[in-house]
Write a new protein. Structure first.
Length: 402
């Protein structure tokens, strides 16, 4: 009997254990990619003394920590210093300014505390350097330009604190621009005159402009004004999920023509239109109506009670969350619309993001697995997981001061 040639033996092994072989490929590709999640709201949890980001945590405490980042092969992440929108008064602006600094300071503090496993990163090159050192790269973004108020020098101040992107607004209009979700309608009809100066200053300093949350008109104003490509740190495709926070086909085409990138979000309503007939959806709508106000206008006692009742509803009436397959549908859509070079991932973990089969950063390889299943090449997967974003980051840096 002739011996089995090595090539046929290898093929036989592959056929006998396809799952094992696939998992090895997933692990190999994911480990080779320079991976980044461009938006998490974990700094809010850092203000809670019971949360230790250097140790492994479980839900519902947080979806992010340094231990699970390593387990999920996540090399870099943007911690967003989020401030909710209040009336644009000096008092509320100052409160937001102080809170933003608290989150930034807390992020810097935990990086110093766990300097052996994580480091504060400020340049696009830092991610690759820290990956080689086996450390997690922790970047700082600022979600909502509200803390800037109308004080332009604060943009540079936040830059020197480590902020490398600013989401121009959040759920309501501020002094910079109009939001996509302000029920009161537009305040500036897009980007304000002050907002134009903010865009110019961010270009000068090399801070990425984040167009997530802004109104459609604001988006086009920003594109016309900025001399650098922009990012959508956590947005998805409106043609699939019809939330005004998501981007239309024309916006995505304009973003791509500008050289920017859309980072697909894992928050359920941005991934898939909600089932409005579900009991869980109806109960949450009843809860929101019962308070008859937005979250940021509540007292601390009202916020605590609201959170408690929300947990009770979600425990009693679990939501049917979208899947990783639903998420990759958005990546597919962008790829087919404008090409693979303009899409990435921004989870919005700890700010509402999470899928049924990707609950935290440790499960990010599930996204790689789905892309591989759909025929994505290793080169394409690397672009989605960070190559596209770091290209934009590097270009924004190179255009600074010009």
């Amino acid at each position: 009997m002739k011996p089995i040639p090595a090539v046929f033996f290898a093929l036989l092994l592959t056929m006998c254990s396809p799952k094992q072989n696939t998992e090895e490929i997933v692990k190999k590709i994911h480990s080779k990619a320079l991976t980044v999640d461009t938006h998490v709201d974990t700094p809010m949890a850092l203000l809670n003394n019971n949360f230790d980001v250097g140790k492994r945590n479980e839900l519902p405490v947080s979806r992010v920590d340094f231990v699970r980042m390593k387990a999920g092969g996540l090399d870099a992440i943007f911690f967003a210093a989020f401030t909710g929108q209040r009336e644009c008064t000096p008092e509320y602006t100052e409160q937001a300014y102080q809170k933003a600094h608290q989150m930034i300071d807390s992020t810097r503090a935990v990086c110093n505390r766990y300097r052996n496993i994580a480091e504060l990163a400020t340049s696009s090159a830092d991610a690759k350097r820290l990956e080689k050192e086996g450390k997690r790269a922790i970047y700082i973004g600022m979600e909502n330009g509200f803390p800037i108020g109308t004080d332009l020098p604060r943009v540079e101040e936040f830059y020197h604190c480590g902020v490398r992107y600013i989401t121009l607004c959040h759920s309501k209009n501020n002094e910079i621009c109009d939001s996509s979700t302000d029920n009161g309608g537009p305040k500036h009809n897009g980007l304000s005159k002050f907002g134009e100066k903010v865009v110019e200053e961010m270009n000068r300093l090399g801070i990425m402009i984040d167009v997530s949350h802004i109104s459609d008109k604001t988006f086009y104003d920003v594109i016309a004004k900025s001399n650098a490509p922009v990012i959508a740190s956590h947005s998805s495709v409106r043609a699939i999920a019809r939330h005004p926070r998501n981007m239309t086909d024309e916006m995505i085409k304009t973003l791509a023509a500008n050289g920017g990138v859309i980072q697909i979000c894992l928050l359920s309503d941005y991934v898939k239109d909600p089932d409005t007939t579900a009991v869980s959806y109806q109960k949450m709508q009843e809860l929101r109506r019962s308070y008859n106000t937005d979250f940021e206008s509540m007292t601390n006692e009202e916020k605590d009670e609201y959170r408690k009742r929300r947990r009770e509803i979600r425990t009693k009436y679990p939501r049917k969350l979208p899947t990783v397959a639903d998420l990759v549908d958005h990546i597919d859509y962008v790829k087919q619309l404008v090409g693979i070079d303009y899409v990435g991932i921004g989870s919005d973990f700890d700010g509402g993001g999470g899928l049924s089969d990707c609950e935290d950063v440790s499960q990010f390889p599930n996204i790689t697995r789905e892309m591989l299943k759909r025929g994505y090449t290793e080169k394409e997967i690397k672009k989605v997981w960070g190559g596209n974003f770091f290209r934009v980051f590097s270009e924004v840096e190179s255009l600074a001061g010009k």
